[in-house]
Design a protein around this ligand. Structure first.
Ligand SMILES: Cc1cc2nc3c(=O)[nH]c(=O)nc-3n(C[C@H](O)[C@H](O)[C@H](O)COP(=O)(O)O)c2cc1C
Length: 397
């Protein structure tokens, strides 16, 4: 495959030569790009000799104008090793003042970052918040190792082993377009069930998990239909967005769109109850007490379970207790292939947070624990299960 190896200006730049060699040996075409700081540490000639190609260093080179765009389009993956604190900051904030940073913005494929720096630079809140932003964007971060650093200090900051970086690159390449050909219907956000023309019942779902799933699926090559309740989020680029308000509307749009879908992910927090007869006029504050008689909303997941055919069906279970047992019960009763179960109410995860932690409960009987991570990362771990789920569905037939 064709990939770009970006080299930043750190002591570990020399180790990137070994990485270039491994990638070439693995059969890839490697286009090296060096920052001007990187060239203070290693000569471009080293990478030119190892990759058999001219090394790109200059945004304003006369021989090939707008090369940063063509290189971005021609390659399948962008790896940066070492990723300096400076490059992480520039990528996180979208600065584009040289070939590599401009290329980064023009590149739409998977990105693997292998940071290396002094331990204090690594632990600085600025670096950590840049890393969090890059992780949330779905980039793979190959964590630096702990050990003796060139600055004489000991701690995390040493570039990961080139073999480990090459392995992360192979992994990112193998999952990068693995959902090509799939049409994935994702539901997201809360629903709003009207009580009168101005009031409604809803819940604390922000839609962030469903939108992260849509982003991840699009990045992995799927067509995405996103049926979304009311949220305050930018729709992911490339998703076919179908906005809905109530559980009944969501049910209708899900079944209208179901035809071409191969995978359904029900991440929406659909209201369980609604007023089946909503008054036409605003309810006045006349009585001392108001009782609402609520009826159940349509059970979309159960209906999908009955009509799913060969599709994979992934449901979500937000529980406040007995997480695994509830998830397994839901999996069986709704005929799902997997349930993503999360405890809600735990500080920092679940509803309205950028992070989540979950247990994946599979039809095969397996359960996989996903430790707390940005929702975009959780979304990728969920889609990593697709081959396993398909195999379980086929063998169950
Ligand atoms: C001897 C030396 C070693 C350095 N090592 C690192 C390093 O390992 N990691 C890092 O983030 N910055 C390191 N720096 C600082 C970067 O070179 C500097 O921030 C530079 O602007 C990075 O440019 P670039 O990100 O465009 O490559 C080092 C600087 C010097 C002088």
């Amino acid at each position: 495959m064709k990939l770009i190896l970006g080299i930043g200006g750190g002591i570990a730049a020399y180790k990137s030569a070994e990485l270039a060699r491994i990638l070439m040996q693995n059969g890839h075409e490697v286009q090296a790009v060096m920052t001007s700081a990187a060239q203070k540490f290693v000569q471009p000639l080293t990478f030119a000799a190892l990759t058999g190609r001219r090394v790109l260093t200059d945004l304003f080179a006369l021989e090939a104008a707008i090369e940063h765009i063509s290189v971005a389009q021609e390659n399948q993956l962008l790896a940066i090793a070492p990723a300096t604190a400076d490059l992480l900051a520039k990528f996180a904030h979208g600065l584009a003042d040289d070939f590599l940073t401009t290329l980064y913005l023009a590149f739409t494929g998977p990105v693997v970052l292998a940071p290396a720096m002094n331990v204090n630079m690594w632990q600085h809140p600025a670096t950590q918040s840049n890393l969090a932003a890059l992780r949330a964007r779905g980039h793979c971060i190959v964590a630096p190792e702990s050990g003796y650093l060139a600055c004489g200090m000991t701690g995390p900051g040493r570039l990961a082993d080139p073999q480990a970086i090459a392995q992360a690159i192979e992994q990112a390449l193998s999952t990068s377009r693995d959902l090509e050909g799939e049409t994935i219907l994702i539901t997201a956000g809360p629903t709003q069930e009207p009580l009168d023309p101005v009031r409604f019942i809803s819940n604390r779902s922000s839609g962030k998990m469903g939108y992260a799933l849509a982003e991840a699926a699009i990045a992995r090559g799927a067509r995405v239909i996103l049926v979304s309740g009311p949220v305050h989020l930018e729709p992911p680029r490339g998703a076919d967005l179908i906005p809905v308000r109530t559980a009944t509307e969501m049910r209708d749009k899900v079944f209208e769109s179901l035809g071409p879908t191969t995978i359904v992910v029900k991440a929406a927090a659909v209201a369980d109850f609604h007023l089946s007869r909503v008054p036409d006029q605003k309810v006045k504050k006349t009585a001392a007490r108001l009782s609402l008689e609520l009826d159940p909303t349509p059970d979309i997941l159960a209906e999908l379970g009955r009509k799913k055919g060969d599709r994979l069906l992934i449901g979500f279970a937000a529980e406040t207790q007995n997480l695994q047992a509830e998830a397994r019960r839901k999996l069986e009763s709704k005929n799902c292939d997997m349930i993503v179960a999360n405890l809600v109410g735990t500080a920092g995860s679940g509803f309205d947070s950028d992070q989540n932690e979950a247990i994946l409960v599979l039809r095969s009987g397996d359960s996989i624990s996903l430790p707390r991570a940005p929702k975009r990362e959780i979304a990728d771990r969920i889609f990593d299960q697709i081959p396993k789920l398909r195999l379980a569905l086929q063998t169950a037939k």
